[in-house]
Design a protein around this ligand. Sequence first.
Ligand code: ADP
Ligand code: MG
Length: 333
Amino acid sequence: MSSFIVAARIREMLRKWLFPLFFTFLVLVSCSDEPYAEYELMMDTQCSITVYETSDRQYIEPVFASLRAFEEKVDRFREGSDIWRINECAGLCPVEVDSEVFDLISMAKDFSLATGGAFNPLLGAISDLWGFDRIEHESLPDEGEIAKLLEATIIDNLVLDEEKMTVFLADSRCRLDLGAIAKGYASQKAADLLSSYGVDRAIVNLGGNVYTVGEKERGRAWTVGIQNPNAETGGYFTTVESSDSAVVTSGAYQRNFSFEGKTYHHILDPATGWSAESDITSVTVISPDGAQADAFSTACFVLGSEEALELCASYGLGCLVLTSEGEVLRLGC
Ligand code: ADP
Ligand code: MG
């Protein structure tokens, strides 16, 4: 293996694992009690669970175990997972899935409709073509190929049968990708589990998909720092308040590569199949529903600031936008 490739691999590992570890995507600030956190790499990112009572520490591992089991079902690259099976059977036959997975996929379809298609869980084949996780990029994907795959991403191709609990991709070119919703869903799942164990105060952070359990103290919400996309150090540029809610940020700075002087990032515009180009640098959505916060933050990025704020207003969600001009726009947060 050439030293160039080794160096590139090390850089990629740093980018994927260590940087998120040290420069936590969202920084939680100012808690007066002694926090205790455990960390784990899962869902392709750095995850943490923080509790504030010594007696609550025992619940962290069972929650991580449940997240691991969830990941096994929704990882589309894991042979035999529910999503892998759905994709293998695209254009062929419906696939029976676990009830939780069915629930998540139904939400994904609903959110796609609610966002006018800006969130679209059928972009998997196009994301694969781009290969944002690849280290080297010798060319861009073929425009004609993107256009062909785009035809298959119409949301009607995601066919759900609630009674049989089956999922069918009606076009063989379709690939289901829950990358923009699964972590938000999982963050709430973890928060709900912690609550069911009687944990009153905790923070779940799945690679920047934060779920705050309870309040920091009676009558005072948690304060969540929002990462400054331009700060190498991972500092935050502002904060939002949150109690029993998800705080999810999407930005073009997370996974990207440069080719011939232009940067291409992992949030795709479902209308074109190319990286979304809007006036947004980063957008944060706050919702009690973790999956909604995640799906909507991705959709908001695609839509641009004006439509993003309109969308969140119509669903009563908090929204914070950092525009490419450096302006900070706030709605209900
Ligand atoms: P991250 O998962 O990095 O926090 P997002 O929640 O914004 O960021 O999700 C981006 C991921 O979702 C991409 O890596 C890709 O797998 C998928 N994706 C990209 N564009 C869209 C889109 N418009 N709608 C739904 N999923 C998308
Ligand atoms: Mg998302």
